[in-house]
Write a protein that binds this ligand. Structure first.
Ligand code: ATP
Ligand code: LTN
Length: 327
């Protein structure tokens, strides 16, 4: 069983990334051969700062190991270190519909916000499809926001297989049961994000305990005082309940029962303490790993070596089936 996922080295990771990303990576690596990619090529699709990209890449590497990826078992690597990714994206762009790319929700949202829209932002999902398909991936652990991109990946794989013969495995997404789409605490109808939305509503994985307490205390809640899960009527409190499931592993029903009649105040305090308890050991490991950049570089070089080996046969097959002569 092959597992593949990617995370961008842009901005500071938050509890939403933990829920849809990091915790699922650590869990799924147990199920087979895992490839976890720091997708730096994706990070240039919106205006970026070169120095921040350089630092961010090592930050994310340290966080991947701190949250439980085992370098002895899984392959952790940087996308730009394996040139097959850029090549696959070009080849696959010929079996991707222009109209399909224009229908991607994430693209449409960004177009509405960004002043400069790059061609790379438009073709971004093709690069992602290549990431996944090169490894003949069976499962892709991701958050809900990536569901549409994974559907497109499956479509692209099928079109290539039909046109050029069976080449790709059709991958399945793995989404968390709860916490697949953690919302901004200040704007509970917006996804918590590294790059958008109120900072005061984004809980960063490296936030101090006091900052976490403050962000939870000021989280927007709904009218009434009942801790009840109802995303349509009560988006604020429902988001907090989902966060609590992520932090404690308890079910929504258990949490509703625990806080019956207690009001929002104590509930918010308990979530804050739960998040702090969850993140403190991760932060300690992170700080230790991040202090040794040479060791991170060494691990990423080993990862790139393994990723090159695993992806090369698929890329060669793609060229061959499409009719390219080989040098
Ligand atoms: P952001 O939107 O926060 O800037 P991103 O989604 O563009 O980040 P990544 O950092 O690459 O990009 O995401 C890594 C993983 O975290 C992906 O699997 C994504 O689905 C997941 N993820 C991102 N935000 C959330 C969220 N609010 N809730 C749950 N999962 C999320
Ligand atoms: N598009 C994703 C990051 C990403 C990814 C991937 C996720 C790039 N390539 C391959 C899973 C598999 C995002 O923005 N979160």
């Amino acid at each position: 069983m092959r597992i593949f996922s990617g995370i961008q080295p842009s901005g500071d990771p938050h509890i939403g990334n933990f829920s849809g990303g990091f915790r699922q990576y650590a869990q799924t690596q147990e199920r087979g051969e895992g490839f976890f990619c720091i997708v730096d090529l994706h990070a240039i699709t919106i205006t970026h700062d070169p120095a921040a990209l350089r630092d961010g890449t090592l930050d994310i590497a340290a966080m991947l190991f701190a949250t439980g990826l085992d370098p002895g078992r899984s392959t952790v690597f940087v996308q730009s270190h394996v040139t097959a990714h850029a090549e696959a994206a070009w080849l696959l762009s010929s079996v991707t519909g222009h109209g399909q790319l224009g229908r991607m929700t994430q693209f449409k949202e960004r177009v509405a916000e960004e002043e400069f829209v790059s061609a790379a932002l438009f073709t971004y999902p093709v690069l992602m499809a290549g990431d996944i398909l090169l490894y003949r991936t069976d499962i892709v652990p991701i958050g809900e926001d990536q569901r549409q991109h994974l559907e497109l990946t499956r479509d692209i794989a099928q079109r290539f297989n039909t046109r050029y013969g069976e080449t790709f495995v059709i991958p399945e997404g793995v989404f968390p049961e709860t916490g697949g789409r953690v919302m901004n605490l200040q704007e509970p109808t917006l996804k918590m994000s590294k790059s958008r939305g109120a900072e005061s509503g984004t809980v960063l994985m490296l936030d101090s305990p006091d900052t976490i307490r403050k962000k939870l205390k000021t989280a927007v809640t709904d009218s009434g005082s009942e801790v009840r899960y109802d995303p349509d009527e009560k988006p604020g409190i429902s988001n907090l309940i989902e966060l609590m499931t992520v932090v404690t592993g308890k079910s929504i029903q258990e949490i509703e029962a625990t806080y019956e009649g207690t009001g929002y105040g104590r509930f918010k305090e308990d979530i804050a303490e739960g998040i702090i308890e969850l993140l403190e050991p991760i932060k300690a490991r992170y700080n230790e790993l991040r202090a040794d950049a040479a060791e991170l570089d060494r691990l990423l070089a080993l990862g790139a070596e393994k990723a090159r080996e695993a992806s090369a046969p698929t890329l060669a097959r793609m060229y061959e089936r499409m009719g390219f002569t080989r040098p």
